[in-house]
Write a protein that binds this ligand. Sequence first.
Ligand SMILES: *Cc1c(COP(=O)(O)O)cnc(C)c1O
Length: 332
Amino acid sequence: MAAFGSVFMPKMALATFANNNWSESSLVSSDSIQLHPGAHVLHYSSTCFEGLKAFRHEDGSVHVFRMEQNIKRLAQSSRLLFLPEIDEAQTSKMILDAVAEFATDVPEPPGSMYIRPTHVGTEAAVGKAAAPSATSLLYVLLSPVGDYFTGGAKALRLLLDETGMRCAPHMGMIKSGGNYASALGPIAKAKEEVQADQILFCPNGDVQETGAANFLLIDGNEIITKGLDSSFLHGVTRSSILTLAADMGMTVSERDITVDELLERAAKPGVEAVLSGTAAVLTSVGTFIHNEKEYKVGSGEPGPVADKLRQALNDIQWGKAEDKHGWLTKVV
Ligand SMILES: *Cc1c(COP(=O)(O)O)cnc(C)c1O
């Protein structure tokens, strides 16, 4: 099967910002965009994006999951990058228009339609290294995706990195391209040197997140994850999982965790650690690598609480459980 996110629907929704106004959005061919080689985004990385999904239910209806949250985050990312302010109502319409156009192409669970809104600075101005782009382009690209875990889920190996950082501290809560480029070198090195799947960035011992997913620790009836601050990306999956954990009667602790506490707790039987994100929902962590030593997390295998939480979230997304929190927007 094609790699996650490498197949696209032939059309996307697109709008441009110029002269202090957004154009009407329209559905256009998704195989190319036209950009001046001097476009701000290509030189100074004025770019941010979102990732959300539409799901097909058994009755054939199609629903987008927590769209408002993703639009709010795109607005926040745009603001923090000094890109033009997005029109949230228009962005919502663009997402719904695009998904409606390809509603019959939305795969059945465990597949879904991955939705990638993207906002980039387009002004041709290489002299604007320290000034924002006055013009921009917003588009919503669609990619049908299958089961993220074809071939079975395996527990990940994470390198705990206390000296490096994923990105500059003031960029943490912006979903912006440069942050991923910034983390690529360290991750490539960790793969090569200690066969880690990901790095869990823990600057000065403060457990933050991996290159593209949030981190949560499950110890008995308690789920622990870093409280929201500007240093890391505020995942919608993180927030959904915490809500469902509280619904199940678990204790939700949003607070700082140190590497010392993490390693101490990981040694206890039954402890689980997971990464959360839209693409895979929850992925179990089996091993921490720290100062050349390896530490098993609980049994070292995917655990039952992670399965239960993933199932609870999937059940809502797939229309098999009541959408008590109003997370779904019906498209068709
Ligand atoms: C997108 C992303 C996440 C996960 O966010 P979701 O809204 O749950 O998909 C976490 N960390 C980073 C750095 C991300 O880019």
